[in-house]
Design a protein around this ligand. Structure first.
Ligand SMILES: Cc1cc2nc3c(=O)[nH]c(=O)nc-3n(C[C@H](O)[C@H](O)[C@H](O)COP(=O)(O)OP(=O)(O)OC[C@H]3O[C@@H](n4cnc5c(N)ncnc54)[C@H](O)[C@@H]3O)c2cc1C
Length: 437
């Protein structure tokens, strides 16, 4: 029996699931449904443009797609163009690989003022995501606050102080390069509610903050613990290294024209200003039992831009049980309901690196083979032919993988000198190009 599988999404978790199914030896017909015309999810629209080498993992996924392991249905949104219930009727297995594209809100007063953004929107803007290209943040401000102490916060802080030369060698769209290059930002404040030992940076990303052309990292040595012995022994290695690197930063003079200030034990309490942000109120905290506890001491810091990088939520699609508290699909090891699975950030929330999604893909690929390739399993259902029939009524073009190959080649062709590609930043522009090609 051939198992028909629909995978919703085309990020790392989707491709790792395809890979697992392809390697399982089971006969599968795999369809990948992506709301954008272009594949690869956050590899294309999340990973920082100055980290081009990280994006190279997409080459392996490209090989899978070109090798015929799947059929790509781009520019098709589940929940809009086809319902989850319909898909479940069509396919033996449906996999939610939809990621977690929505920002968690700060939940403080003033969060809706102008020039306050969540990092999903801000990152999407500088990466040319069609949903966010018109975000238009005002970077003509002297100071910016970035809330969060993970790698996404570091990405945002780093890009805010990069030079035009550094940015123009990336695939950042022209509009974003211009906005960053003409920005007046000299000081970026990174706020974390807990201490340096609790930060979620990786070493490579933190090290880069000490190697920027235009900006120095600034940290008050008094915020750095003498050791990380308060953490369980098995969890000390990375935090100890991070603290040592921050200590090295604190010992160096801040002699570059811009600064990135690391402020730990700082919980945002209010964003003030009129219609637009003028500053942020921080409450000093102390860490008790791993949690940040307010001390009642407050500080106001003037800033004209706030970016909150404090986590993400999955998109809610009717037809699958959603855990509102956690912002992901209720599942047990990737099983959501009979014939319905979740992988990646939709399954376990927004944490880990691209490679972390491989384990999810392998696990869920294994479940699918086990659940469907047995007598009495959920199949066989019609699969692709039923989807094609249902989508035939749809007015807008469905992009296939050959279309992506054409878009990719055109992006490479139109790149600025030394830049890897000049991205299409709107769906309309992509579809118009494909019509002419
Ligand atoms: C800003 C940022 C920077 C990062 N940088 C790095 C890094 O440098 N290195 C690293 O290893 N990891 C990085 N990560 C983490 C990495 O990107 C994630 O681990 C990974 O992308 C999660 O994969 P996913 O498949 O679950 O989700 P995603 O990559 O988000 O893919 C989800 C896909 O589903 C599609 N989709 C959503 N809803 C629908 C729908 N209804 N119908 C059809 N399609 C839909 C989306 O358009 C998207 O293409 C970063 C994450 C972020 C947020």
């Amino acid at each position: 029996m051939t198992i028909s599988v629909a995978i919703i999404g085309s990020g790392p978790s989707a491709f790792y699931t395809v890979d697992a199914l392809a390697k399982s030896g089971a006969a599968c017909q795999i369809d990948m449904i992506e709301r954008l015309p272009a594949p690869f999810g956050l590899i294309r629209y999340g990973v920082a443009p100055d980290h081009e080498s990280t994006r190279k993992v997409a080459r392996n996924f490209d090989k899978l797609a070109r090798g015929g392991a799947l059929k790509f249905f781009g520019n098709v949104e589940v929940g809009r163009d086809v319902s989850m219930d319909d898909l479940r009727g069509m396919y033996d297995a449906v996999v939610l690989a939809v990621g977690a594209p929505h920002d968690r809100k700060l939940g403080i007063s003033g969060q809706d003022k102008k020039n306050v953004f969540g990092s999903a929107d801000f990152v999407g803007w500088y990466n040319g995501h069609p949903d966010f290209r018109d975000l238009n943040p005002d970077l003509k401000v002297k100071a910016a606050a970035v809330v969060g102490v993970g790698n996404v916060a570091l990405d945002v802080a780093r890009l805010l102080v990069r030079s035009r030369e550094e940015l123009s060698e990336t695939d950042m769209p022209d509009y974003a390069v211009e906005a960053f290059a003409n920005s007046s930002v000299t000081d970026v404040y990174l706020f974390g509610r807990r201490g340096p030992a609790e930060a979620a940076f990786t070493m490579g990303e933190l090290r880069e903050m000490g190697e920027l052309d235009l900006a120095s990292p600034v940290i008050d040595a008094a915020q750095l613990p003498a050791n990380v012995d308060h953490l369980p022994e098995a969890e000390r290695r990375v935090p100890a290294k991070l603290v040592e690197m921050l200590r090295a930063f604190s010992a160096k003079p801040a002699d570059k024209p811009k600064r990135v200030h690391f402020r730990f034990y700082s919980a945002p309490k209010e964003i003030h200003g009129g219609e637009r942000v003028a500053g942020i109120r921080i409450e000093r905290t102390k860490v008790e039992g791993g949690r940040a506890v307010g001390t009642g001491q407050f500080e106001d810091i003037a800033c004209g831009l706030v970016v909150a990088a404090i986590g993400y939520r999955s998109p809610k699609i009717d037809g699958a049980v959603f855990d509102d508290g956690k912002g992901l699909y209720t599942n047990t090891d990737g099983r959501v309901a009979p014939g319905l699975y979740a992988v990646g950030w939709a399954m376990r929330g927004p944490s880990g690196v691209i490679g972390s999604n491989k384990i999810d893909g392998q696990m869920v690929g294994g479940h699918i083979v086990k659940d469907c390739a047995v007598p009495g399993g959920t199949g066989p259902k019609p699969g692709r032919s039923a989807l094609e029939q249902a989508l035939a009524k749809r007015g807008s073009k469905i992009t296939n993988y050959d279309d992506w190959i054409a878009l990719d080649a055109e992006e490479v062709k139109r790149a600025r000198p030394k830049s890897p590609r000049g991205k299409f930043t709107s769906v309309g522009e992509m579809l118009r190009f494909l019509k002419k090609a």
